[in-house]
Design a protein around this ligand. Structure first.
Ligand SMILES: NC(=O)c1ccc[n+]([C@@H]2O[C@H](COP(=O)([O-])OP(=O)(O)OC[C@H]3O[C@@H](n4cnc5c(N)ncnc54)[C@H](O)[C@@H]3O)[C@@H](O)[C@H]2O)c1
Length: 433
């Protein structure tokens, strides 16, 4: 099939590359000319495991191309995916300006029947608005499909190639058949393709993210209660995770969720429920808990050093909102760095891949270390922020040697408290005695 993907970000690039991989002709469009130039040179603008190889192979086979001109790409396409950003608007709602602008442009460029697919995460009822926006611009027939994306950054390629399920919201059979054909290669192992109305499909994505965010905030609250009783949240987590009704995923306490999806999607659900005069009280609490959880490491620093960090250097291991990505959108590290700087402290940070992104955010306000030990050098405390694999078993004797004072605050419960203390560290984590 001939496909155009509008928006070549974390989602659009993965979607485009994966559809090219199954033999389709894909043009990925973005209005960011610098991004397209990089991709045309064979460079990948984001860090995502496995993506570079996929893009290289499909570019070489000429199945995957990149463009800044949407009309050219859309004119030839049978299916057009909208994968632009839907950031939080001023009132907390998902800002649809990019989606609707893309829809209008697609409408103007179409030359015959086209399936237009909302891949971006959009509130219930958006398919109707996209339909209207396109309809005003074109005399040609078209279908609008809602096809929410469930991939997770850090494992996006694998998630897309082997989905748990594919959700297709289609209000007509022709579009549903096209979408089934497109996804068949990815569902041969039996993953279901679930076809439903567009509004239900739109809600699937928000319900999934809201549920996952709820589990995280719930476990963070359990951890906070454990701390007050001197209980061990790890033991509690393992016990409830083995209950088949609960399961093990998304039960790790830490310093709150971040990233480009959970924070904005939770806000969006609260807002669109409110617009329908429904108060989504659980999600209001999920958000409040998350905001305070992001500050837990700062509270720990306050407990140790008092309110001022003047003359102190704090090392950070990890900046990305989670491992295996360079994405720092809404990352807890941002609130932590701002808090340290506001207390007069200095930050020495190391992240295996997020350095360039962090530089755009913090410039020369913090120091960027070459590796984990370099970050710890001369530090008065070390904060474990992102649980990258390479931080799991460092040479603690070396870390202790290079630090000015051996204070380790573990925001991800990565280490064994007894072992770390036996090495001479003052150690604190989340919800463990
Ligand atoms: N990042 C994820 O893990 C993830 C997962 C599932 C769903 N989503 C959803 O997918 C959507 C995209 O997310 P993302 O993380 O890929 O965003 P992103 O910011 O990485 O990429 C969006 C891209 O769209 C481009 N763009 C915006 N308007 C455009 C236009 N009119 N024409 C051409 N290009 C345009 C931007 O330049 C940018 O490169 C969002 O709705 C998000 O909620 C994201």
């Amino acid at each position: 099939m001939r496909i155009a993907v509008v928006g070549t970000g974390y989602v659009g690039l993965v979607v485009g590359a994966c559809f090219a991989e199954t033999g389709n002709d894909v043009v990925c469009v973005d209005r960011d000319a610098a991004k397209i130039r990089m991709l045309r040179r064979g460079q990948i603008p984001i860090y995502e495991p496995g993506l570079e190889e996929l893009v290289r192979r499909n570019r070489a086979e000429k199945r995957l191309t990149f463009s800044t001109t949407l009309p050219d790409a859309v004119r030839k396409a049978e299916v057009v995916f909208i994968a632009v950003g839907t950031p939080t608007g001023e009132d907390g709602s998902a800002d649809l300006q990019h989606v609707l602008a893309a829809a209008r442009e697609i409408g103007r460029a179409m030359t015959g029947y086209t399936v237009v697919v909302d891949k971006s995460t959009v509130p219930a009822g958006t398919a109707a608005r996209v339909r209207e926006a396109i309809g005003r611009e074109t005399p040609h027939p078209f279908s609008v499909v809602s096809n929410p994306e469930f991939l997770k950054q850090g494992a996006a390629v694998e998630d897309f190639l082997k989905p748990d399920r594919v959700v297709i919201g289609a209000d007509d059979d022709r579009a549903a058949t096209t979408m089934r054909d497109l996804y068949r290669p990815f569902t041969r192992t039996g993953a279901p393709i679930m076809v439903m109305d567009t509004t239900s499909a739109e809600l699937c994505k928000y319900a999934a993210n809201a549920m996952l965010a709820t589990r995280i905030s719930f476990m963070n609250e359990v951890a906070n209660v454990c701390e007050r009783f001197g209980a061990d949240v790890d033991k509690v987590r393992q016990a409830i995770a083995s209950d088949r009704r609960i399961g093990p995923a998304f039960l790790f306490p830490g310093i709150g969720y971040g990233g480009s999806c959970f924070p904005k999607d939770v806000k969006a659900v609260i807002k669109f429920a409110t617009d329908k005069r429904y108060r989504f009280r659980i999600l209001e609490a999920v958000e409040t808990v998350n905001e305070s959880q992001k500050l837990r490491l700062l509270e720990r620093l306050d407990g140790h050093f008092g309110k001022s960090l003047k003359g102190k250097t704090i090392a950070l291991w990890g900046l990305a909102f989670k491992p295996r990505t360079d994405d720092m959108r809404e990352a807890p590290s941002i609130a932590i760095i701002k808090g340290i700087l506001a207390r007069g402290g200095k930050v020495r940070a190391f992240d295996p891949v997020a350095r360039a992104v962090a530089k755009k955010l913090f410039g020369s306000k913090i120091t960027y270390a070459r590796n984990a030990y370099d970050a710890a050098k001369g530090a008065d405390a070390l904060l474990l922020v992102t649980e990258w694999n390479e931080f799991r078993e460092p040479d603690f004797a070396r870390v202790r040697r290079v630090m000015r004072s051996p204070v380790l605050i573990d925001g991800r419960n990565l280490y064994d408290p007894a072992q770390i203390r036996s090495l001479g560290f003052t150690y604190a984590s989340i919800g463990r005695p």
